[in-house]
Ligand binder design. Sequence first.
Ligand code: WT7
Length: 427
Amino acid sequence: MLKHLSKEEGDAPLGSQSPPAKRPCPDLQVPWNPEVDLCWHTLVRGASDECEPEWCESEDPLFILYTSGSTGKPKGVLHTLSGYMLYTALTFKLVFDYQPDDVYWCTADIGWITGHSYITYGPLANGATSVLFEGLPTYPDVSRMWEIVDKYHVTKFYTAPTAIRLLMKYGREPVQKYKRDSLKVLGTVGEPINPEAWQWYYSVVGEKRCPIVDTFWQTETGGHVLTPLPAATPMKPGSATFPFFGVVPAVLNESGEELEGASEGYLVFKQPWPGVMRTVYGNQQRFETTYFKKFPGYYVTGDGCRRDKDGYYWITGRIDDMLNVSGHLLSTAEVESALAEHEAVAEAAVVGRPHPVKGESLYCFVTLTDGVTYSRTLEAELKKQGKIMRRVLRKIACDERDLGDISTLADSSVVEHLFQNRCCVGV
Ligand code: WT7
């Protein structure tokens, strides 16, 4: 890659004031701080081709990745070396049926767990050829993904339902402009995939040739825990199907009893697997409380699920105060406290509202401090920033008038006011 750089691209001096223009989109320049930012191209030019491995213990920490916590502060999920590497390598190999001549493309951001496990560690541990993409599925046009698939002959493609729903809106034509005949397996991750999006992915993108692997997992699990194996597991649109090898799920009721056969309840796991997180960084107590306290002896995912009569698992969504916006988990408490930190805000409450593309979107209610008037500028500021009757608020968010009993509200006229002034503060 480096050999192909033009002169000016590779020529920023170390510690220069501004980064060289390397992006196709000149207005996307990142702010440059010469004290901490170094130019990759300049650095690697002088680097050796060989890198001696650093010998480590198998349980040495590998990385910490922060994920939202339902009680507010994000948790530092700590993964360790060997178990995580083994697990991402093995799941990558089996779930995508990796073959040496594959060209694999995962569209996630590297900074999220999907990018860690399935752009970095899993594919690299298998020596896979992998496409790294920094950009948007709609830029410069909505055929971008399929153009790249054809350009590099991508065989295994991994993306999120939110991207599929976004592209679905533009119809088949932008997809069919490209051949996509190299594709063999299509993956999805991050949120439940609605059957309509599944069908579109399967029929339009994969032309009914490519199995879909709907992979359920979490930052905490390190890698796939419920997933089909392509062409081996009969698919059901919208179901993450069965546990991966070594993963033992159970469905519990509110009293913590294991349910048998077709049932619905809390999704938990009964034994660890190599890639599971080891602790919450700096807070082992929080690790135990969050994942093991509610149902002692089980790892609690925080998701609800249904198991059908054939043993297939269907994720029904979060059962805590967490929202999933475009595959990104957000805690309502976290957004509320971010809003409340703004000096104009007296109180804030945040609920989820179904969104046709993002899965869910944030719907934020704010009470302003006395004397402050609402303005577009304030709204913009609040969007940047990031406990009340949620039941009622959820209905207002969905414009449903059937509110049930609201007699305990201090001032019920506020409800009508909110209905009259509904406006969406999206993320
Ligand atoms: C939460 C984990 C997994 C990497 C990206 C997100 C939801 C994830 C699926 C799926 C239904 C899914 C769950 C889970 N989720 N994959 N295939 N079907 N829901 O990682 O930010 O840790 O979020 O994403 O709610 O708990 P994360």
